[in-house]
Design a protein around this ligand. Sequence first.
Ligand SMILES: O=C(O)c1cc(C(=O)O)c2c(n1)C(=O)C(=O)c1cc(C(=O)O)[nH]c1-2
Length: 254
Amino acid sequence: MTHQTPILAEPDEPLDSADAMERRLRWIGATRYHSLHPFHRLLHGGQLTKGQVQAWALNRYYYQSSIPIKDAVVLSRFRDRQLRLEWRHRIEDHDGHFDTEGGIERWLKLTDGLGLDRDYVESTKGILAATRFAVDAYVHFVRDRTPLEAIASSLTELFAPSLHEERISGMLKHYDFIDPSIMTYFQRRLDQAPRDADFALRYVREHARTPEERQAVCDALTFKTDCLWVQQDALYHAYVNGHVPPGAFRPEQP
Ligand SMILES: O=C(O)c1cc(C(=O)O)c2c(n1)C(=O)C(=O)c1cc(C(=O)O)[nH]c1-2
């Protein structure tokens, strides 16, 4: 197996300005974002079976359904009403409204389209323990750290749109069981993620005022890239290497 992660030394530029911090954040994304993970290369390159794609979508549902919980926790950390107003739409993007669908519903269209039973998906019973631990760690991080670090931990979204574009085109091209109607989740994120990421980036640029605070922002992003990476590692171990843990989803088809 060829590992695609570039091995680059961490830059030693001091974090003495917002620009220096932004350069470091982009470097963290370029070297650690889960787009570099071999599981994603297989997924987007059409090299997985339907059962392996089901396993990915099933596990990823736990991340999707935890994001509005995470954002409700983030919101609860803000004294500033303006900031709460700004953050609130993230919850609505995922939960939708009584009469309009949100991201979670769109994700369930994907799992439906892949032939997974909704009740089973929503029960989260078949997910890998590593998925649960990693996602819960993200929710706990935003609860326990400063509001600045909580906002910074969402900055992986700076790097999500190009991954989503690659995913939409790769999966539509390579899998006969995927069609555009079940990929609407990613289509919508192409507008939502840049807006959210731009806000978070502007916020940390303005509010991280000391080298220590800028380092904390960078460390929060690194932590989040780890939360995403270990989920891919767990999928690879279980469904590519074939070590499915007890109790986890076992595809009916290969
Ligand atoms: O498909 C992906 O690789 C991916 C990654 C991320 C991310 O970078 O955290 C998010 C999403 N998708 C996503 O769809 C999403 O709604 C989202 C919210 C957040 C967040 O941290 O608040 N990340 C992500």
